[in-house]
Design a protein around this ligand. Sequence first.
Ligand code: R5P
Length: 329
Amino acid sequence: MRRDKVIIFSGTANPALAKSVASILDSPLGDCAISRFPDGEVSVRIDEPVRGREVFLIQPTSPPVNDNLVELLAMADACHRSSAGAITAIVPYFGYARSDKRHGRREPITASMIAVLMQAVGIRHVVMVDLHSSQIEGFFQTAVDNLTAVPTLCEFLRRRVPSGTVVISPDEGRVKMAIDYARRLDTSIAVLHKERKSGTETRVINVVGEVRDRPCLIIDDMISTGGTIAESIDALLAAGARPEITIAASHGLLLDGAKEKLSHAAIREVVVTDTIPIFNKRWPQLQVVSVGPLIAAAIQCFMEDRSLTALFRNGLIRSANGRHLTRGH
Ligand code: R5P
């Protein structure tokens, strides 16, 4: 892929992340106009030629999920109809990922429906960060790269978590991720046996593993209402864990009420990435680590037809122009 053939556009969901990626790559963002018609419909105009070019669209489908999704689809459709050479959607947070299976008889598999829509508008490569479940990759007939923010988060956490910290998986689904954290931080894991009562309510039934007198690092792919984390903290403290708890998650949705749930006295720090903009939800314990360097490194690999393996192994540290790519703030 030739560098002058590449053009990056940002939707309105997370322009700060897109700007950081573009600046690391020394490649200005392409011009486009995105607004809303008076009735709320999405209006998109791409103001750069894309014929024959490799187009990267950066847009997490975070809240407002439906608006951000339609924006991404409209941008891709505009590029597709203007004869872009190839369209890659960089969707750092993939909304509707929790709808990846049917729990009853008459439910959609919305993540699968979105995969169909993305392909229908000409997207031929999708890049996400820490997908809720990897089976979603199978919903696409196109190339999919599911990057992980775990190396970036561990780089940040390494010197911040107290010694003897045990990594906690809040449910069975996150065990693989917890093992990855534990391997990188050279420690052990424990698993919470969680039951989901509804979309907003969960209950921890059991703690599997040794947590007595240990500081804990609870990890998750996302923090939405904060209910899972609050339940996990109660269960860990009841099981004798030290009231020194760190939280790490790839995606900080941090919906209304989450901040209050995460202001528990036992919490030392809450660390999330910037796949979703944090806006004005900040509080002193909240730390945000950027995945801009990770995404820039992935694009660099695509441009040079290189393997992404190093990104999974090390978290990627250096760009082609020599600048450091892993950065916390
Ligand atoms: C559940 O399967 C997910 O991995 C997260 O644990 C969950 O979505 C977090 O949501 P909340 O913060 O609302 O508990």
